[in-house]
Design a protein around this ligand. Structure first.
Ligand SMILES: [Zn+2]
Length: 452
C-alpha cells in the first residue's frame, strides 16, 4: 500500500483497511512447516516458519517462536525442505532460458560473456521484477587477447588497452570482468590490477596463463579448471596448442588430465587453495562434452523439454566437426574425468572454495537443469551433499559479492526453493522443486513449466 493510494481513499475505507492489516507496508507471506536448511551449515530446523515481507526475510524459526502478524498469508509446505535459491556462477544467459532457471530453483546467475547491450538490459529487467528471471550478474563482453576467439569479445593487444577495456566495462555496468584464453600473464596482471581499482572481481578461463600464476596475481575465480594441467607441468605443449586456436587448446587441455599424476595434482590443489582463488570447475561441461559421441544422451528428459529449435541452433555435429573430435578424443576426455574429480576433492579438502557453474546454455547444457547435474557431479567428486549445496548458495553468493544472497537469515533477500525431498539424504533431491520464491514472489514450478 502506497501513501498516495491510502490518501486517495475515504476515511471509512481506510478504517476497514487498517482493521484488516496489522500495519501498512508490503504484504507478508509465511511458509509453514518445512524443514529449513538456512545455508549456514547448522542443524536443519524442523517444522519451521519463514516469514517474508516484500522481498526480504523478516523472521525465521520454529513455528511456536514466530508470531504471525495479522494479515499474513500462510502457505502450508509441511513435509517439504526449504533451501536458499541456487546460483549458477558460469552461465551464458539466453532470454528463452530465464523462466526455466527459476523453475529449476536457480534464482541468480553469473553471466560470463554475452552481447553487452542485451545482457545488461536483461539484468536490469530482472532487478525491476518486470520479467520472471533469476538475478543476473553480468560481465558483458569477455576480454580476450588478439586475435579474439569470439567476434563480440573485447580484444586487447597490450597492457594499456587491457586496462582501458576494464575501465570501459566497469563504467558500462559490468559486475565482473571475464578474461579469456588468449590473455597472457602480463595482460592478466594489468586486468587484475585495474579491476582492483574498480573493486570488481575477475573470472578467468585460462589458455596462455597457468592457474597458479593467475591465482597468485589475484584472479578471483578460475573457470573450468583451466590452467591447472599447465601449472602441473604441462605448460609448454598446452600453451602451444592454445596458440593454435580455441578448439586445439581445449582438446589438448582436456586430454592432458589423464596424463597427470595424483601427487602433483594434490600438491598443486593445496598451493592454489592458499592463493584464495575460487574454483568454478563446471564438471557438468567436462562430463557432457566427454559424452557427445553417445547418442543415448538425447533421451534425457531435460533435453527433450528444450524449445524445439534449440537442438538445431546448437548444431552439435557441426561443433564436433569444427573441433575435429574423434572417438579416441572422447575416450581420452573420459579417461581424464577422474583426475578432475580428484583435483576438485583435494582443492576443497585444502580449504579452497568451490562454486557451482554450468556453462549453459552452451551445447547440451540445459539452463537450470545442469545446475542439478553439477551438484550431483560435485558429490560424485567427493563433496558431501551439504558441501555441494554450500557451493551453490553461500559460497556462490560470496563470489558474486552479493551479501544478501546465499543464506536464509532475517534481513536477507527472500530467494529460496521449496523441495519435496531431502537434499541432504540424496543430492539428486534438489531436483524435486515444487515452489520457488524470488524477491519475495512465490511461484509454482509446475505453472512455469506449463507456460514455457
Ligand atoms: Zn563459458
Amino acid at each position: 500500500m502506497t501513501l498516495r493510494a491510502t490518501m486517495m481513499m475515504g476515511t471509512a475505507a481506510l478504517g476497514l483497511l487498517l482493521g484488516a492489516c496489522a500495519e501498512p507496508g508490503p504484504p507478508r507471506t509465511a511458509l509453514m512447516g518445512a524443514t529449513i536448511l538456512d545455508g549456514r551449515g547448522g542443524t536443519p530446523l524442523r517444522n519451521g516458519v519463514v516469514l517474508i515481507r516484500g522481498g526480504t526475510i523478516e523472521a525465521i524459526g520454529a513455528r511456536e517462536d514466530i508470531p504471525l502478524p495479522r494479515g499474513t498469508k500462510q502457505v502450508d509446505v509441511a513435509g517439504s525442505w526449504i533451501i536458499p535459491g541456487l546460483i549458477d556462477a558460469h552461465a551464458h544467459v539466453a532470454r528463452w532460458a530465464l523462466p526455466r532457471y527459476v523453475a529449476y530453483g536457480v534464482t541468480a546467475v553469473r553471466d560470463v560473456h554475452n552481447e553487452p547491450d542485451s545482457i545488461f538490459a536483461m539484468s536490469e529487467a530482472a532487478d525491476l521484477g518486470s520479467a520472471l528471471s533469476p538475478r543476473i550478474y553480468a560481465a558483458g563482453a569477455m576480454i580476450d587477447g588478439a586475435p579474439a576467439t569470439y567476434p563480440n569479445a573485447t580484444e586487447v593487444t597490450d597492457t594499456r588497452s587491457a586496462r582501458q577495456a576494464v575501465d570501459r566495462l566497469s563504467v558500462s555496468g559490468a559486475h565482473l570482468i571475464k578474461a579469456y584464453t588468449r590473455i597472457t600473464p602480463p595482460l592478466m596482471e594489468a586486468i587484475v590490477d585495474e579491476a582492483k581499482t574498480f573493486r570488481i572481481p575477475v573470472a578467468a578461463h585460462l589458455g596462455l596463463t597457468d592457474a597458479l600464476t593467475a591465482g597468485k596475481m589475484g584472479v578471483t575465480s578460475i573457470e573450468h579448471l583451466s590452467g591447472v594441467p599447465e601449472a602441473a607441468g604441462r605448460a609448454d605443449p598446452l600453451f602451444a596448442a592454445a596458440q593454435d586456436g580455441f578448439f586445439a587448446g581445449w582438446t589438448a587441455f582436456e586430454k592432458s588430465w589423464a596424463t597427470l599424476d595424483s601427487v602433483t595434482l594434490t600438491r598443486l590443489a593445496g598451493q592454489l587453495a592458499e592463493t584464495g582463488v575460487t574454483m568454478v570447475p563446471t564438471l557438468v561441461l567436462h562430463e557432457v562434452f566427454s559424452r557427445l559421441d553417445d547418442s543415448t544422451a538425447m533421451t534425457n528428459p531435460d533435453l527433450l523439454a528444450l524449445p524445439q529449435n534449440q537442438m538445431t541452433a546448437w548444431n552439435v555435429p557441426g561443433m564436433i566437426e569444427r573441433a575435429g573430435w574423434t572417438t579416441a578424443d572422447f575416450e581420452a576426455f573420459r579417461r581424464g574425468r577422474p583426475m578432475q574429480d580428484l583435483f576438485v576433492r583435494a582443492f576443497q579438502k585444502a580449504g579452497g572454495k568451490v562454486v557451482t557453474g554450468t556453462d549453459a546454455a552452451n551445447q547440451m547444457l540445459v539452463p537450470g537443469a545442469s545446475e542439478h547435474t553439477e551438484l550431483e557431479l560435485l558429490v560424485g567428486a567427493g563433496l558431501t551433499p551439504a558441501q555441494a549445496l554450500r557451493a551453490a548458495t553461500r559460497d556462490a553468493a560470496e563470489l558474486l559479492g552479493a551479501d544478501s544472497l546465499g543464506t536464509l537469515v532475517p534481513g536477507k533477500a527472500a530467494d529460496l526453493v521449496v523441495l519435496s525431498k531431502d537434499p541432504l539424504a540424496d543430492i539428486r533431491n534438489t531436483r524435486s522443486v515444487t515452489r520457488v520464491m524470488i524477491r519475495g514472489q512465490l511461484v509454482l514450478a509446475d505453472s512455469i513449466r506449463r507456460r514455457w
